[in-house]
Ligand binder design. Structure first.
Ligand code: MG
Length: 328
């Protein structure tokens, strides 16, 4: 089981533990069991607008007891990166929210809000209250030579209902366009947030757990860590099967119960990938899957075949076999 093979789970939040403000099915129960059996848990979020204690409060209200120390944010990763590059007490212009300011204080930096204060860096993090005046101050400071850091590069954020809304990756393009300077990004999939999580938890065998291929799973690849993809958020099994190499997870599960079940190894012989009672192999332009038993073992066999080549498997090559698996 993954709780035995890894010492710390670095868990993404939205789409893994909660969706908006609603708990994800089986999350609280699975995490309680994992913790009871000795796995340490840390919650790693690209969201820079909530403080760690606000995130911990939300988790606790959803039945997942957590303290501020259990939460690692992209704002904290940004603050650490700035503290490593700037002298102690350096002024940093914050184009963002209170949570980002708190993270800078914690690293001994001085948050400011105008270019006239001659900041040595500008840091931008998601805030729904961002105004033109502050963005313009940030752009001016970057033009004056300040280091430009963005807490994350997500172009969108999930909305409680309806289509996604603009995220920090979109908002930070304003300063980028105005100055021609691209920000250093600290959130997933870039490595500073992963590094912050490892430093904070002391993890020796971390397992990244997430729902997004282009942040969580790519971040795990960039950090050299194993990963578990859960299907309670934005990804579905077809997206995983047709993913390029840097978006392919180590493990697959419907939800966080995946921490507590066996993931049998896939064996390959003469092009046939076998897992549990299932076998998958290329047959002309498509993967053929046969056998029976636990359908998630069938998905592992299918994924191993689909991931044979560097090039992503075409949708048509895996869709029929996937449709035959009743993943529930
Ligand atoms: Mg997520």
């Amino acid at each position: 089981m993954l709780i035995d093979a890894y010492d710390v789970a670095l868990l993404d939040l939205d789409g893994v533990v909660y969706r908006g403000r609603r708990p994800v099915e089986n999350a609280a129960d699975s995490l309680a069991k994992a913790r009871a059996q000795g796995m340490r848990l840390a919650y790693v979020t690209n969201n820079a607008s909530r403080t760690p204690s606000a995130v911990a409060g939300l988790l606790t209200s959803l039945g997942v007891p957590a303290t501020a120390e259990d939460v690692v944010t992209s704002a904290q990763a940004a603050a650490r990166l700035l503290a490593e590059r700037l002298p102690a007490g350096a002024r940093v212009l914050v184009v963002g929210d209170t949570a980002l300011r708190h993270a800078l204080y914690a690293q001994g930096l001085t948050p400011v809000s105008t270019a006239a204060e001659r900041p040595e860096a500008v840091v931008q993090g998601f805030s729904p209250n961002l105004g033109y005046g502050l963005i313009a101050e940030g752009a001016q400071a970057v033009r004056n030579g300040a280091l430009f850091v963005a807490s994350n590069g997500d172009f969108t954020v999930p909305a409680p209902s309806g289509p996604p809304k603009p995220g920090n990756g979109s908002l930070s393009q304003v300063i980028r366009y105005a100055t021609g300077v691209a920000p250093i990004v600290t959130g997933k999939p870039e490595t500073p947030l992963h590094r912050e999580s490892i430093l904070r938890t002391g993890a020796e065998r971390p397992l990244i757990v997430g729902d997004r291929l282009d942040t969580d799973i790519e971040g795990a690849h960039n950090g050299g860590a194993d990963s578990l993809l859960v299907f309670t958020g934005v990804s579905d099994p077809l997206m995983a099967l047709t993913a390029p190499p840097h978006h392919r997870p180590t493990y697959l599960a419907p939800d966080l119960t995946g921490l507590l079940v066996e993931h049998p190894p896939v064996e390959e012989r003469a092009g046939v990938h076998t897992c549990g009672g299932w076998s998958a192999a290329w047959d002309g332009p498509a993967v053929r899957l046969s056998g029976g038993g636990n359908p998630w073992h069938g998905l592992y066999a299918l994924a191993a075949a689909a991931w044979r080549d560097e090039a992503p498997a075409p949708r048509e090559a895996v869709e029929p076999a996937l449709a035959g698996l009743r993943l529930g």
